[in-house]
Design a protein around this ligand. Structure first.
Ligand SMILES: *Cc1c(COP(=O)(O)O)cnc(C)c1O
Length: 385
């Protein structure tokens, strides 16, 4: 299956079918345990479902191939995948992570990882000099990146930062949830690990919570500890969820392309709207990270954008209250468009501006999405007047 384009790999789920029946779709294997041969061997390669489950194979093969990695592992959630990487380090290790980052991971790093003994330093990773200053040669074990990053879609230079980190003896892991491997392949840019919340674009239908890690080198010591953590701590995905994830992956390219097109259309239209102060989208030339994003992302700037509503928090909440088509909900990367007042879900201490609405743009008709948002903005102005 090598040499095939991502679209073909995805549509065929990397060639998965059912050899036992000829079914063109890979089977779902819910068994928790597997038969030993009479001579006591496990010749078929499966013994207990916390070690390995055959239903994981197609999704792991697709993700490893798409990310140009050696191996992929599915996890029970994006957070289970991300935290496995940090837990594979040792207490006392120093790690550098972005200040603008998925809120849940930031919280875990500052509360749990710090209590466990990791020294966590949050910096502005859009500034290579800030990262260079934070890296401590010989002590920093990991540089974590997320780009474009929640919820301002700040763009960090993976290739340049990987060079800096490697020179200091640190590994680099990238949360690639938002761009997906169709738009950015961090391992090709020098990163060592890629993490996904497969809950988002990879599954794409808002009906599975899942995570994944992909490694550039299967013989990396950190990777073998990650494998052990999944096994020993049992952060495994259920077989039905793994099967649904494979099903979702088959249309990833179609969904990502549609979301990117819609998001670009929306951003271009909304940036001139009188009810909006600013549109944050890497596809707009006015975005600070645009030039870098144009180089680092291929085929689109992603389906995520944020708007800063004129009139402060009250106007932002009123806009959210008045949408009909957009769904007021957290999460992202589904076929249906979601809108969220980010400061409300992040709570006190959130770095999200109080007038920020985060938009996850789905695959609906772009004009329908714009019309609904424009009427919500108009209703908000009326309500706040
Ligand atoms: C949702 C998300 C996560 C966490 O993933 P879960 O599947 O919810 O555990 C991590 N990073 C990013 C960028 C996300 O959007």
């Amino acid at each position: 299956m090598t040499g095939l384009k991502p679209e073909t790999l995805l549509a065929h789920a990397a060639g998965a079918d059912d050899p036992a029946t000829g079914g063109v779709i890979p089977p779902l294997q819910p068994s928790t345990t597997f038969l030993r041969d009479p001579d006591n061997a496990y010749r078929r390669g499966f013994d207990y479902a916390r070690d390995r489950n055959p239903t994981y194979a197609p999704a792991e093969a697709v993700l490893a191939a798409l990310e140009s990695g050696a191996e992929a592992l599915l996890f029970s959630s994006g957070m289970a995948a991300a935290t496995a990487v940090f837990q594979a380090l040792r207490p006392g290790d120093h790690v550098v992570a972005p200040r603008v980052i998925y809120w849940g991971l930031r919280k875990w790093l500052l509360e749990t990882a710090t209590a466990w003994g990791l020294e966590v330093e949050l910096v502005d990773t859009t500034e290579p000099e800030a990262v260079r200053a934070a890296l401590r040669p010989g002590r920093t074990r990991l540089l974590w990146l997320e780009t474009p990053a929640n919820p301002t879609w700040a763009v960090s230079d993976i290739a340049a930062l990987a060079d800096l980190a490697h020179a200091a003896g640190a590994l680099v892991a990238v949360d690639n949830t938002v761009p997906t491997p169709l738009l950015t392949r961090p391992l090709e840019l020098g990163a060592d690990l890629v993490m996904h919340s497969a809950t988002k674009y990879l599954n794409g239908h808002s009906d599975v919570v899942a995570g994944a890690l992909v490694t550039r080198r299967a013989d990396e010591e950190l990777w073998s500890r990650v494998r052990t953590i999944r096994h020993d701590q049992g952060a495994i995905l259920g077989p039905f969820e793994a099967w649904l994830l494979t099903r979702g992956l088959r249309t990833l390219h179609l969904r990502v392309r549609a979301s990117c097109g819609n998001a670009m259309h929306l951003a271009a239209r909304l940036q001139h709207h009188p009810g909006i102060e600013r549109v944050l989208y890497p596809g707009l030339p006015t975005h600070k990270g645009h030039t870098l994003a144009a180089r680092q992302m291929q085929g689109g700037f992603g389906g995520m954008l944020s708007i800063l509503v004129r009139g402060g928090e009250r106007a932002a909440l009123a806009t959210a209250a008045n949408v009909r088509l957009w769904k007021r909900a957290t999460s992202l990367g589904g076929v249906e468009s979601l809108l969220e007042h980010r400061a409300s879900i992040e709570g006190p201490g959130s770095p999200a501006p109080p007038n920020l609405l985060r938009l996850s743009v789905g695959v609906e008709d772009a004009d329908d999405l714009i019309a609904d948002l424009e009427s919500a903005l108009a209703a908000a102005v009326k309500g706040c007047a």
